[in-house]
Design a protein around this ligand. Sequence first.
Ligand code: ATP
Length: 240
Amino acid sequence: MGETWKPKPTIPVIEKATKPELFRALESALGSSFSADPISPPPNPLIIVISGPSGVGKDAVIGKLRESRGENLHFVVTATSRPMRPGEVHGKDYYFVSKEEFLDMKDRNELLEYALVYGDYKGIPKSQIREFMGRGCDIVLRVDIQGAHTLRKKLKDSAVFIFLVAESEAKLVERLIDRKTESKEDLLVRIATAREEVRHVKSFDYVVVNSDGKLDEAVKLVESIIDAEKARVRRKCAAI
Ligand SMILES: Nc1ncnc2c1ncn2[C@@H]1O[C@H](COP(=O)(O)OP(=O)(O)OP(=O)(O)O)[C@@H](O)[C@H]1O
């Protein structure tokens, strides 16, 4: 015997039916009600690693990003064993800890990455990343090229790596001179290092040019990268 006969639901004439009538008729024709649940779950928080030569504008770009993204983006404050300089704020510029405290954190595996920079330790506390990712925030890490290298090995494709460059070497040098924060010896080291660092661009996912007077354009491009990466269908969730 065949199935019990059921009358086919009729769909009203589009021009004559109201929107709710049509909606209900379509539901009944398809045999189930239409769900109002989101089709795609909210994207996982993203880790964005921003690197580039000294003076390229990492702080400037990150500062603007923080303004535009507000609470949705957490900039990880680095822990350091170097003494606090006048004007610096504990917990805002750095977490200032003693050398012993720093080494304890390292031994307890509490740092995602660390380095000895000019005799002082600097490192990224894992707890901060976990806490803010848990709240659904995207995470921005500002690291030097060496740090980006280490993070790439640890995080692989679960983070987005952005390399900032100036439009030319000459412009980068001008920017460093204008900043007036380096001694002439420091300038030499930074410029020589920058020359070497630009060769590492290949291990990054994106390169963003921060041209003179065009900071807003660079920030816009970084924002577009973040938006596109968050819309990706497949991304490994970072395990910190
Ligand atoms: N697009 C831009 N146009 C002009 N000046 C800029 C631009 N971006 C940044 N600057 C300026 O260049 C200088 C260097 O920028 P910033 O301090 O952000 O670089 P950085 O990459 O964080 O450097 P470092 O690694 O040495 O800390 C600052 O004085 C900043 O205001």
